[in-house]
Ligand binder design. Structure first.
Ligand code: GTP
Ligand code: MG
Length: 464
């Protein structure tokens, strides 16, 4: 693998950081990695049973005290774990000191470690070393971020799968297959006189198969994005249909103001909930109505803006009122959206003409006030999110630029198939395949530009 030296991430230094959140807690961990890790620990750690810390075996745990070598004052009672190179996260000598979790204690231990020769680690620097030293590839590095930030269990499990290396090995296998086809095309180019035992139909079939796998990856990555970032779901409807009531019922809190007066909600109200493992950003917005009030008109304008951001719209009709121009105006606004139609207030007498909206599906009748039919709505939201078979794929987490590269790979596969179909010389196919191989490498972090790496590792907290 090509080696990148990011500025300020000097690989020669021994680095240290507090790896846990520095707050009053039972335990805290200070992590040290590098050549001098054990020497530093030997200076500041007094084991309960006398031993030379520089010589202890790997994967061992040592009980004792942190003592300031200058004034011989005891700082804390600790456990020290030792993981020697190459079988550690960074593939260097790593020592973790578990002290008590006080902010001052952790700070004091860290200062001692720094005074004895370590340098404070930069954000993500431990993971950077793990990457540089071949312990993890870029897809795995990203999954570490996603594990830390996972909003739901589903997101966590998928990130853990990626960390295990499942996505990386899938990509490596895919690359081998592309390489195999590439070698065959190269043979045809290099030995034009020889009868090469490769049929173009085999090449075509193989490229088609690879393209399908890339498409699968794309789907899995959109699923990953949904798991990671969640879905924006906006509740809309004309004034007074019960949007805020439904919002409160779904989030199980009285957050949005509810009154019998039309035009109650002005600014959008937001709350995040978990529906079946999906992180849903739910919005309650101002109802649509004709109004002379400048404030109400502004609020409605903002509602329309919010609607544009929505991944999913919950559109509410009022069972106890007739359809009106406001309903139709709003229907026009959401015509290009994924919509679930809700008929609210079914506990009241019906006035709405259901025949006129029969064609609008999926449709759910409920009472937000009496909390009847809410589960049906939750199920419908979930099934709308996971339509297109997304849920069947395992999620993978890719960054924006990785998705862009994936698109390019797909485009090159499409081109290769086009060249084969139109009987271009095999050189064209060969060239596309070469680009694909390079691009697949890029997704895994081989031969990547420095800026991309820098921006990735800077998202980590210090100590990771
Ligand atoms: N009977 C009955 N009343 C309901 C139901 N849902 C809401 N309401 C009532 O309808 C009125 C308006 O409810 P809101 O939730 O404020 O309606 P909204 O759509 O947010 O209204 P705006 O913010 O003004 O657009 C209140 O008096 C609610 O109690 C329901 O399912 N059944
Ligand atoms: Mg409201």
């Amino acid at each position: 693998m090509e080696l990148f030296k990011l500025k300020d991430y000097d690989l020669e230094d021994t680095i240290a950081a507090i790896a846990t959140y520095p707050a009053k807690s039972a335990l805290g961990v200070i992590k040290i990695s590098g050549e001098k890790a054990l020497r530093i620990v030997a200076k500041i750690f007094r084991p309960a049973r006398k031993k030379d810390m520089k010589k202890v075996k790997t994967f061992t745990l040592h009980y004792g005290w942190i003592v300031d070598p200058l004034d011989k004052k005891i700082v804390d009672e600790v456990l020290v774990s030792v993981m020697r190179k190459p079988f550690s996260y960074t593939r260097e000598d790593v020592v973790e000191i578990s002290s008590h979790g006080g902010v001052l204690v952790l700070d004091k231990v860290l200062k001692l470690v720094l005074r004895e020769g370590a340098r404070l680690a930069k954000p993500g620097e431990f993971s950077y070393r793990a990457f540089i030293n071949g312990r993890v590839d870029l897809l795995q590095v990203q999954s570490i971020l996603n594990i830390v930030e996972a909003p739901t269990e589903k997101a966590l499990f998928s990130a853990a799968e990626q960390l295990k290396g499942n996505v990386s090995s899938f990509l490596r296998r895919l690359k081998e297959r592309v390489k195999n086809v590439y070698i065959h095309t190269q043979a045809i180019i290099d030995f034009p006189e020889e009868e090469i035992e490769v049929e173009e139909s085999w090449i075509k079939r193989e490229i088609e198969r690879i393209k399908k796998d890339i498409e699968k990856m794309e789907k899995a990555s959109s699923w990953g994005q949904i798991l990671k970032e969640g879905i924006i779901c906006v509740i809309c409807g004309k004034a007074n249909v019960g949007k805020s009531t439904l919002f409160n019922s779904l989030i199980e809190k009285e957050k949005a103001l509810v009154t019998k007066i039309a035009g109650t909600t002005r600014d959008a109200v937001e709350e995040s909930i978990n529906i079946g493992g999906i992180h849903l950003h739910l919005y309650d917005i101002a109802g649509i109505m004709r109004s002379k009030s400048l404030i109400e008109r502004k609020a409605i304008e903002k509602s329309f803006q919010k609607l544009e951001e929505a991944d999913i719209v919950v559109f509410i009709f009022d069972y106890s009122r007739q359809l009106s121009k406001d309903d139709y105006l709003l229907l026009e606004k959401v015509k290009n959206k994924k919509v679930i139609y809700v008929i609210n207030k079914i506990d009241l007498k019906r006035k709405i003409d259901l025949k006129k909206i029969r064609h609008l599906t999926p449709q759910i009748k409920l009472s937000a006030l009496k909390k009847v039919g809410l589960d049906k709505l939750r199920k419908e939201i979930l099934s709308l999110v996971s339509k297109e078979g997304l849920e069947k794929e395992n999620a993978i987490f890719l960054t924006h630029w990785q998705k862009e590269i994936l698109k390019k790979v797909k485009e090159n596969l499409r081109k290769a198939l086009f060249y084969l179909d139109k009987k271009y010389t095999i050189d064209f196919v060969n060239f596309s395949l070469k680009e694909i191989i390079e691009d697949l490498d890029k997704i895994m972090g081989v031969s990547l530009e420095k800026e991309i790496l820098e921006s990735l590792f800077s998202q980590f907290c210090i100590g990771k």
